[in-house]
Design a protein around this ligand. Structure first.
Ligand SMILES: [Zn+2]
Length: 134
């Protein structure tokens, strides 16, 4: 019988720690970090991000990544992170752990984005219901 592995959640105190775990680095080499870039897709739009700039001034209040092998979602949140942003992120990362797993990075990212957006909508709807009750 096939069993579904539970998804583990690992939280980090800092973005730097979360990022280092993703990169399998012990620590950030601040002297050379600006030589690193990462590329990805935001919807259909490709982007290239300087890692040093991003680590120093992350525009997001939450960031995470999914580790397929151990079924773990790794996450960091700033103290002023909105619940809806965290919920969107967690659902996004869990979607990456679920099949189908698209080989096309853009398609895989769209799948995760749709799941994250849906979870956020569900949260907002639940908050509306709560307001009506009180
Ligand atoms: Zn993603």
């Amino acid at each position: 019988m096939a069993t579904v592995k539970p998804v583990l959640l690992k939280r980090y105190d800092t973005l730097e720690e979360c990022f280092c775990a993703c990169m399998r680095w012990d620590k950030v080499d601040w002297e050379n970090i600006d030589k690193h870039y990462w590329c990805g897709y935001s919807g259909f739009k490709p982007y290239r991000q300087n890692v040093g700039k991003w680590l120093r001034k992350c525009p997001r209040k939450a960031w995470g990544w999914a580790e397929y092998k151990t079924k773990t979602v790794h996450v960091w949140t700033s103290k002023d992170c909105e619940p809806k942003e965290l919920i969107n992120l967690l659902a996004h990362e869990i979607a990456h752990l679920n099949r189908p797993r698209y080989k096309d990075g853009r398609e895989e990212e769209r799948k995760a984005n749709r799941t994250g957006e849906f979870a956020q909508m569900a949260y907002e709807m639940a908050m509306e219901l709560q307001k009506k009750d009180s």
